[in-house]
Design a protein around this ligand. Structure first.
Ligand SMILES: [Zn+2]
Ligand SMILES: [Zn+2]
Length: 277
């Protein structure tokens, strides 16, 4: 069984959505037989984050101020690296980053990262947005927004487009849960298959690792991404990492045996682990 996860969350500084401390997660990982643990709290920053939605403005994990984001991201990395010194297993500090393609965002992101100095980065998309990023709407806060069903559906193009741009950016060690939008019943109709294929083609073209995220099994009864996408990416020989996306100690190594069985069944050999200096 894969004896590591690089996609996990903590409640560090009281500013993130994990339910346990760094030490509790390390302890749970050690007990689960992990040899390595990557802690990847959310880096959710965009200059238009707070003007886009009231709910986002009130969520302390959602940053619009670059300087503040820089301080918080630096502090969390520092705290993980401190705890890593006495841990019984190797512990790394990463981020699950909500990517945006604009030059403004990329410049700010590079600035934040060069200050925080994480060990690795996961590329994620939890947003729909307008093309110019004047509006950025988090999927988890969508029901509190003024966005109508048809507007949401129209903006879904930029969900897929965003994932494609995140792959092309070259910033990320691997890409998270390609079809996480299905948690919100978005992007599920057959018409979106064409976009899912474009995502697959881009992963293949850029030889970009991605994850089999087991959290889908506890949320919607299906892993991320769809099995047909995993099978297609296996044909293209793109490497895959299993992620528990643990937000609590109980989630550590969640359904890893099932994930291993699935990969065994389809003879998926090309497995990924971030190379950390
Ligand atoms: Zn995520
Ligand atoms: Zn996550």
């Amino acid at each position: 069984m894969q004896n590591f996860s690089f996609h996990t969350h903590t409640n560090t500084l009281g500013l993130f959505d994990g339910h346990n401390s760094i030490s509790e997660m390390i302890d749970a990982a050690y007990k689960a037989g992990y040899k390595e643990l990557g802690i990847s709290n959310h880096m959710i920053y965009h200059p238009n984050m707070h003007t886009s939605s009231e709910a986002q403005k009130n969520d302390k994990m959602f940053h619009a101020d670059k300087q503040k984001a820089k301080e918080i991201m630096s502090a969390v990395v520092e705290e993980i690296k401190e705890k890593a010194k006495t841990a019984p297993i190797k512990v790394y500090a990463g981020f699950e980053v909500d990517y945006f393609p604009s030059k403004r965002w990329r410049d700010d992101f590079e600035d934040i990262i060069s200050a925080a100095k994480p060990d690795y980065l996961i590329g994620a998309t939890h947003f729909i947005r307008t093309e110019d990023e004047s509006l950025v709407l988090n999927l988890y806060h969508l029901k509190e927004s003024n966005c109508s069903e048809s507007e949401k559906e129209n903006l879904m193009v930029y969900y897929w487009q965003n994932i494609i741009e995140s792959i092309k950016s070259g910033y990320f060690d691997f890409i998270a849960h390609l079809d996480v939008c299905k948690l919100f019943n978005l992007g599920v109709e057959p018409k979106w298959d064409e976009w899912k294929r474009k995502v697959i083609d881009t992963l293949a073209e850029y030889n970009q690792p991605y994850e089999l995220n087991t959290s889908g099994w506890r949320k919607v009864g299906e892993q991320h991404p769809h099995l047909w996408m995993i099978e297609e990416l296996n044909k293209r020989d793109i490497s895959i990492i299993i992620s528990d996306d643990a937000h609590t100690v109980e989630h550590v190594a969640y359904s890893f045996d099932r994930a291993e069985e699935l990969l065994e069944e389809i003879n998926y050999k090309n497995r990924y682990k971030p190379k950390i200096k």
